[in-house]
Design a protein around this ligand. Sequence first.
Ligand code: DC
Length: 235
Amino acid sequence: MSDDFGNSAVPVIAIDGPSGAGKGTVGRRLAKSLGFAFLDSGALYRLSALAAMHHGISLDDEESISTLAAHLDVQFRSNPENGDALILLEGEDVTRAIRTEECGLAASKVAVFSSVRQALLERQWAFRESPGLVADGRDMASVVFPDAPLKVFLTATAEERAQRRYNQLMEKGETVKIEEILGDIITRDEQDQQRAVAPLRTLPDAVVIDTTTMTIDQIIDELTMLCRDRLGLTI
Ligand code: DC
């Protein structure tokens, strides 16, 4: 059964926050331990931006990008070799390509367009399936799933988020400058917070968790406690 925000009988844990706050890592782990589905909404904006770049469409062309977003040929699979997430865009493996800094900035650019956001709504609601959903993004609690029984806002200082991203890239063997990563994070924060449509913001009914000095395990522990207290889940 479907209504305004997908199947409202299915509980959603909405996790919003700026880039690099740890939403993806903890959201995925939490979803796994609960047996819930996981929505990486940022991936949909990244895929829309990447599709535009592949088709030579300017990132300023709202109409063409919203048409692309509405008809995105995307498949979310799991890699048969290691069980990791595998994302195919028009049949091509773009799992790594959508994670670049360039694609993140491009995603943030196309995300300012209301028709692009509108085009991706139904696709996000479709992830709301029994027994529950952990949804990660910027507007999960404010726009996509405003009826979510648990809303969490994960944040950390820009410097800490840049450091985490730097460590991740160094582990992958990429040569990067931390100053450039910090610059990209600050630009993306500004774009995501200052846009007119669905800006990143903290809602009065959201639980704010500052992860600056927390480990992933500590964040998971705190979220697990919230799931027990607020949703009555037995985990
Ligand atoms: O979470 P992420 O870094 O993968 O997201 C990439 C960009 O997509 C982000 O800078 C802003 C946009 N985005 C959005 O506007 N709304 C969402 N729910 C998720 C992401």
